[in-house]
Design a protein around this ligand. Structure first.
Ligand SMILES: [Zn+2]
Length: 242
């Protein structure tokens, strides 16, 4: 995922690592940062629950949050994940203060956190923030039909490679803490299907899997193993900040 972290012009405050906030003009960026706390969030923490108001919104700097949807007693399915390119709670820009999916930390996060009340006030007072969130939400919404197409038309192995690439983009190292069950939840398939696809990638020495830990051995060949949706998604998010 795109990150503008670390880019700095003379006299400009250091960018914090969340691309949405970093894309704001300096004065507005300072204003938003003044409203945020920086928090470390553990794996598995539930940040919002479907149907409930946002107590806080989150701008991840590292790690990722899975947006999960339950279907009548079935295991929850990941419909989207959020990393440093985006935020949790962007629907506030539509004047909707209710999550329609639960947000669960997928990989331990460092994030900027703001109360929902402060975010609503900031959206009224800061047009640059409002516009940035509008563009972000447009890309998130445009990803939904792409995700549906990917699930319907692309092979589990290609989709697994795509998910691993996205997790790798949000990880500080080549090691990812992902069980087969977790990957099955992300892909919406049975665990056995993930195991078969993971074994194939391991035999080709693209990844190594051991006790819930996946090591990316060959990033270039993992990219070649992915469906084109990975690059499409990357381009969509990059367009927000161009
Ligand atoms: Zn795909």
């Amino acid at each position: 995922m795109p990150s503008l972290s670390g880019e700095r012009s003379p006299g400009e405050p250091l960018k914090n690592g969340n691309s949405l906030i970093d894309s704001l003009p300096v004065r507005q960026r300072k204003g938003v940062l003044a409203l945020c706390d920086r928090v470390d969030i553990a794996l598995g923490t539930v940040l919002c629950k479907a149907g409930e108001p946002f107590q806080y919104v989150y701008f991840p700097i590292s790690g990722s949050v899975s947006l999960m949807r339950s279907h009548h007693g079935r295991d929850p399915l990941e419909t989207e994940s959020v990393g440093s390119e985006g935020m949790l709670g962007a629907v506030l820009v539509l004047n909707i203060n209710r999550a329609f999916q639960s947000g669960v930390v997928q990989t331990p996060c460092v994030a900027l956190r703001m109360t929902g009340a402060r975010m609503r006030a900031a959206l009224k007072n800061q047009p640059a923030l409002f516009r940035a969130l509008q563009r972000y939400l447009y890309v998130v919404l445009s990803e939904l039909p792409q995700t549906a197409s990917c699930i319907n038309f692309h092979d589990v192995g290609n989709r697994l490679a795509k998910s691993l690439l996205q997790a790798h983009d949000r990880s500080p190292s080549d090691q990812l803490s992902l069980t087969h069950q977790r990957l099955a939840d992300m892909l919406g398939v049975q665990r056995g299907a993930v195991t078969i696809a993971a074994i194939k990638l391991q035999r080709e020495e693209i990844i190594r899997y051991s006790r819930g830990r996946i090591t990316i051995l060959d990033r270039k060949r993992l990219e070649e193993s992915s469906c084109g949706c990975y690059n499409e998604s990357l381009n969509n998010y990059s367009a927000i900040f161009s």
